[in-house]
Structures are given as structure tokens and as C-alpha cells.
Design a protein around this ligand. Structure first.
Ligand code: SF4
Length: 266
């Protein structure tokens, strides 16, 4: 079996504990307005044109985005960094896109890394069927689980899907005793108002005994915006400013005030 991957990041330090190799899998059932990896949304190999500049000269470079890998090939890549991975208490992370969209390949790969005693993280939107969750659960050491908004309508408007299935899976995963880091993207005009932040904070704090390692508040940024044109997607966040450092610190204090272990960034 092969999996479609659009990027592999070695020496990743924001995708789980320690130094990791992160595999970015192609395909996502959501279309979040702020997505900074739009190249991960379509589950297909894409041919795009990139404009590069050297001095005053401009070049158009054709680029193929997405490549099929076997699980063994992913293992070989991780093995090259094993000294750093072991020394730092790291491992491998499957991100995307949405890794759960390629459930067969993902479960096969996770199982293999498990056999080699390598720590596994799945970075997910949580939007998947229960059978998919059940398939990967035994081989996933830690979930990076996105909680974006608690109102189903708002969630649908900004991401294309409702949050019911996501929250249901979140509760299911916690109920199974799995380790979770919650990731909340802080998106101005979507979830950064006091009402929604209070709801999110209370939601997290309502499960004090659960295995929630931490909450990561991820400030919206425009880093991926230039890719939208390349992938023929509309960027709807053009007029939205990034949250200020002061605002992010305020939010961190707000969550910490309820006893939540919280961090800005991943
Ligand atoms: S869930 Fe993540 S990868 Fe998918 S569209 Fe949203 S931000 Fe992008």
C-alpha cells in the first residue's frame, strides 16, 4: 500500500514532543478559510506553476505536488534521524491535510512505527468516521486534536463541515484514555471573541481528569496565503490581521486562569 504525501519535514520541533519527522499527507475533507497548507487539501497529485525571482529576473517553475510512498520508505527516512529522535524523546508525526483520510496507509504505517518502538503522533481535524478512529487508535501514542469552534453553524461556515462528528470523536478518544494536545487556531472574527474563548476554555477545563497534556493556541498567520493563487483557490482572509502578541498573551492568561496548561504556538 502507498500513501500520498506532499511534504516531509525532518527535525520538526512543533509537531509533538522532541525532534520528529513529520509526514504531511495529501487530502482533507475540510476547507478552512485560514488553511496555511492549501496544497494538502486535494487528495491527488497536482501540477502547479511557481514564480521564483532572482534579483530583477522572474522565472516560472513547474512543480509537482504530491508523491506516493510506502510505509517502509517513511521508516527509512525516520531511521536516518534516529539518533536525534531517540536523544530528544521524539518520534514521527502524521499531519496534513487530514491524515485520517488515508486510513489504510496510516494505520499500516503507525503499526510499523509501533513495532519499531517509535513514538507516533497524529495531527488531526478529528473529522473522520468512528471505524477510522478505531483503526488507528491502538497505534497512536498522542493526538494533536484541533478544536476550532463550538458552534456547529459557525464551524460549517468557516471550515465547510459541522463540528458534531469532531467533538464526538474527541470525547471518544479521551474516553479511551488516549493522550491529547488540543490545538485551537486563533482566528480573528471567527473564534477570538470573549464569548467563544470562554466557551472553549470551559470546554477544555470541564474534563480535568482527562489526558489533556496541553492546549496550544495557534495564532492565525498569512504565511500560506501566497500559495492559494498557485492552487487556484480563493483566499478569503485577505483583510484579516494577525492577532497581536498582546492579544495572544491575554488569551493564554485567560486559559491558564482556569488551571489549563496552555502554550502559544505548537
Ligand atoms: S483541517 Fe487543517 S489541513 Fe484541513 S483545511 Fe483545515 S487547516 Fe487545512
Amino acid at each position: 500500500m502507498k500513501g500520498l504525501i506532499f511534504n516531509i519535514k525532518r527535525y520538526a520541533i512543533h509537531d509533538g514532543p522532541g525532534i520528529r519527522v513529520t509526514y504531511f499527507m495529501k487530502g482533507c475533507p475540510l476547507e478552512c478559510r485560514w488553511c496555511h497548507n492549501p496544497e494538502g487539501i486535494r487528495r491527488e497529485i497536482q501540477e502547479v506553476e511557481r514564480v521564483d525571482r532572482i534579483g530583477n529576473k522572474q522565472f516560472t517553475v513547474k512543480e509537482t505536488v504530491g508523491k506516493y510512498y510506502t510505509s517502509e520508505e517513511l521508516l527509512d527516512i525516520a531511521m536516518k534521524d534516529m539518533v536525534f529522535i531517540e536523544e530528544s524523546g521524539g518520534g514521527v508525526t502524521f499531519s496534513g491535510g487530514e491524515p485520517l483520510m488515508q486510513e489504510g496507509f496510516l494505520s499500516e504505517s503507525l503499526k510499523m512505527f509501533n513495532l519499531y518502538g517509535i513514538h507516533t503522533v497524529v495531527d488531526t481535524s478529528g473529522y473522520a468516521s468512528r471505524s477510522t478512529i478505531d483503526l488507528i487508535l491502538p497505534f497512536t501514542d498522542l493526538f494533536l486534536f484541533d478544536i476550532k469552534h463550538l458552534d456547529p453553524e459557525m464551524h460549517k461556515e468557516y471550515t465547510g463541515v459541522s463540528n458534531e462528528k469532531i467533538l464526538d470523536n474527541y470525547n471518544y478518544i479521551l474516553g479511551k484514555g488516549k493522550q491529547v494536545i488540543i490545538r485551537i487556531p486563533v482566528i480573528p472574527g471567527f473564534n477570538d471573541d470573549i464569548k467563544q474563548m470562554t466557551a472553549l476554555r470551559d470546554f477544555v477545563a470541564s474534563q480535568p481528569g482527562a489526558n489533556i497534556n496541553r492546549v496550544d493556541l495557534l495564532p492565525y498567520h498569512r504565511i500560506g496565503s501566497s500559495k492559494y493563487r498557485r492552487f487556484k483557490l480563493e483566499y478569503k482572509m485577505q483583510d484579516i490581521d494577525q492577532p497581536s502578541t498582546g492579544k495572544m498573551k491575554e488569551m493564554k492568561g485567560f486559559f491558564a486562569g482556569s488551571g489549563v496548561n496552555v502554550k502559544i504556538g505548537g
